[in-house]
Design a protein around this ligand. Structure first.
Ligand SMILES: N[C@@H](CCC(=O)N[C@@H](CS)C(=O)NCC(=O)O)C(=O)O
Length: 217
């Protein structure tokens, strides 16, 4: 049985509340919660407990047939994939503040690139450190692979973050939220000792919304 907690809309009939289904502050809902906090969107955390079978319950599978988190429910819109959630929230609630508008083709293209690269490339590599470690030999192969990939990632990120404080030349955006939430998973190989990346992460960690969302705890 899901524990829905307080129904915000019931308690506040004039106020719409987005529901964010997650298992913990530090699962892949972290970036979504951080963005909701940045934009001050009213939202409700709906906590699911895998051990209690919440992810496999018919009511949750009706929202996310993969039985994974995060899932976002905003009225009749039900979404999975953290990148999609952040793209949707930034466009719907950001009023252009954290996502370049479609008219700005070049900047929007760059933004889309980093939004999708963060999960599609960076997080995929980091995830191997959890999935490809069944023996000491495999762990070693994985470590070498992640290390090599992170050196390539540094070649992508360092020149940009040496020139400006955030990944887009125009300033902080939802793309920094995606990167900021995911990069710590590869801290040892990607960030440690690399000044522009250390400074970038320190800037992101200091953001009030990130603190409120408990992203780095
Ligand atoms: N690419 C998806 C990954 C979703 C995912 O794998 N979520 C994890 C939690 S962070 C999950 O639900 N795993 C299944 C489980 O815990 O049983 C996203 O970014 O939302």
């Amino acid at each position: 049985m899901l524990r829905f907690g307080l129904d915000y809309r019931e308690a506040n009939p004039m106020t719409k509340t987005v529901k964010l289904y997650a298992q913990a502050y530090q699962d892949r809902s972290d970036r979504v919660r951080w963005l909701l906090e940045e934009l001050k969107v009213p939202y409700e955390n709906v906590w699911l407990n895998k051990k209690n079978g919440d992810l496999a319950s018919p009511s949750y599978l009706a929202l996310n047939p993969q039985g994974r988190t995060p899932t976002l429910v905003d009225d009749d819109i039900v979404l999975f994939e953290s990148t999609a959630l952040c793209l949707y929230i930034a466009d719907t609630y950001g009023n252009g503040s954290l996502a370049p508008r479609a008219e700005n083709k070049k900047l929007r293209a760059e933004y889309m690139q980093w939004m999708t690269w963060s999960t599609g490339s960076l997080e995929c590599v980091i995830a191997r450190m959890f999935t490809h470690v069944s023996s000491p030999e495999e762990t070693q192969v994985t470590k070498t692979y992640v290390k090599e990939q992170c050196q390539i990632f540094q070649k992508l990120l360092v020149p940009i973050l040496s020139k400006h404080d955030y990944i887009l030349s125009t300033g902080f955006s939802a793309a920094d939220i995606m990167l900021g939430a995911i990069i710590p998973g590869a801290h040892e190989f990607l960030v440690e000792g690399i000044k522009p990346l250390e400074a970038y992460m320190n800037r992101l960690k200091a953001r009030e919304a990130a603190v409120k969302a408990k992203v780095f705890e």
